[in-house]
Ligand binder design. Sequence first.
Ligand code: DHB
Length: 493
Amino acid sequence: MKTSASLAAAAVALCACSTPRSAADNSLDFRQHSGSAQTMQVNGQTVAYRAYENIVYVRNPVDAEYQRINIYIPEAYFNGGTINGYTADTAPIFFPNKVGGYMPGKPGQPGKGGFGPPAAADKADAMQVALSQGFVVASPGARGRTSPNGKAPAAIVDLKAAVRYLRANDSVMPGDAEKIIANGTSAGGALSVLLGASGDSADYEPYLQALGAAEASDAIFAVSAYCPISILEHADAAYEWQFNGINDYQKMDISMLDYQVERRLVPGTLDAAQIRLSDALKPLFPGYVNSLGLKDDNGAPLTLDANGNGSFKRYVERHIMQSAQGALDVGQDLSSRTWLTIQGGRIAGMDFAGYARAAGRMKTPPAFDAVDLSAGENQLFGTAETDKQHFTAFSQQHNTAAGATRADEQTVKLMNPMHYIGTARNPQHWRIRAGTADRDTSLAISAILSAKLQGSGKTVDYALPWNVPHSGDYDLDQLFAWMRQISTTQQQP
Ligand code: DHB
């Protein structure tokens, strides 16, 4: 925890240093950087802040274009001011990453959007709202799959290094590095979950040391994740658990995986070989779910029988029906959703297969570890020498690509939060959203994450917003209400 005296010293140092040091210096001392005073309009309010952009957050960057962080600090915190009850000592740090499609992600800038659906383009984005509400904003860049040095686990290592930078500078930078709230969408949501799940895990230490990351904790305070593309090595079976039997699809080009770009979908129908793959993957899912020891809010086990039916399926259905009920309650006409049973203004039941048919298949089996290595995730699990690899035994067995190899188990583990929840230093507070119109991964993925976190004693706000497609940051009022609420309670991670 910083003292006002140390912050005053930091302010002096800031003023004394008028030109930023070059990236090569990489002292990891925030005081080496001078901010630029800026103002912007956020929902009719003028917000004054200092921008510290493009700070390289490791001593030995391998890709200084992406291993950078942008930090924005409300001006009030340099003058002893208070915003929303927060001070320079207590303001939480909003930590949004801009990663989409497991591609390289540059640090975000307030007002540059890119987090939500195009319809939100003229609204204040999450970074702007955060600053206007007195949060310090720190947006990390991270390496991604299209670069030889951006393969798994590069992106999560980078986010951890950025957290360590903030923690190492806690005493000289406004904002409370004990209150870092990660936010991300899709691949960025999955990385936010993983960042929370794996806090301070020794597994990542060699990578962080090689980069010269700051010597500090990488644990965070809270996670907000939209439609996380997570648990990748079980996501193929989860997808077929949801979409098996639906043979028509609307597939997008791999270059459009990123939720931030406009998507063009190409229709098609599964061929006989693909249907066989779907039929072979679906029965693998119950075994996985049943191995997890998941429980619902009342402590009842969440399991599946050999046909994929059971309490886990009802858990997912319950969340879909709650979402539909919310839509009904605000007057939406759901009569065209014939898969819902509506009785007297209440959602009385649903047909899961009918829901899946209406949502529509978007990926061909296997959805993530493609047998011909054509999925984005194959590239994520490549190496500097081998651009694309398999990462499941199933797809390696069914491989159709010449000379295909498989990622090593440890690398696959480093990308899966399920291995770390309950064992690493996990945040108490989690908010997970996946829209009911999202077909980029099975709804089972967010459901598993939520149930696992809840079962390990965490506070999870989990919902499936009605008819929302693959996107994030569409509910900023609720997101920031949650962020304020968790950061004014006294619980520690
Ligand atoms: C994203 C979307 C996907 O369908 C996927 O497989 C990976 C990432 C994304 O939008 O980030």
